[in-house]
Write a protein that binds this ligand. Sequence first.
Ligand code: PAF
Length: 253
Amino acid sequence: MKTYEDMTKWIDRREEILHHGQTIGFVPTMGALHAGHVSLIKNARAECDFVVVSIFVNPTQFNSKEDLESYPRNLSADLALLDSLEVDAVLTPTEAEIYSDKFRFKITETQHSELLCGAYRPGHFTGVLTVVAKLLGLTQAHRCYMGEKDYQQYLLVHDMVHALNIRSEIIACPTAREESGLAMSSRNARLSSDGRNKAALIYKYISEATSCKEASDKLAENGFDVDYVEEHWGRRFVAASIENVRLIDNVKI
Ligand code: PAF
């Protein structure tokens, strides 16, 4: 495990440590690691010489205190898993380290971030973009691996690095799914077994319905509280809650 300070020192000696052409792969996470994170880390391990994973439950991307407080946390299990995956450095910064500026500086995107989750979670993507920019600055990663489940997030981070000339390549990895089709998510841990079975309907309906309205209606009939089913960028997106757990997913159309 590396502290924020270790990481800063390591990065200062980057030229000495990294031999010519070696690369740093980075997987930013909020912990409660699952098979989706494992597949991101395996991709990073296969393609990069050093793999850095961060675990930081970023308060600025939560727009409800209750959601932040109930976000699953499982640091000791996460660290054991990362050890077994031969990750080179795990970064678990504190809020004071990440937000030493007290969130005076923020990165706000003004178009794509207004759609979908941005419309339902005001300020969410400003929190995400700001923390990812800080983490990319800290790790100086050549490659950063993100899941397609959060496709809007991936797209915004991808566009941000271009806009800000951050020298990291953002790589989208396919959504890891349970056998039922349910997209792997840390939030699934908050569902009862019945809720988990029902949650598989999200993938079923967005894949099978002939329109967004049909998918949305079917989810509502099955007890979901649907925020949206919409199509953008050649994909169909959904956000819907069951047992007060908000889940998102998307498929290519
Ligand atoms: O996808 C997540 O877990 C988070 O939004 C991220 C990218 C780690 C930023 O806090």
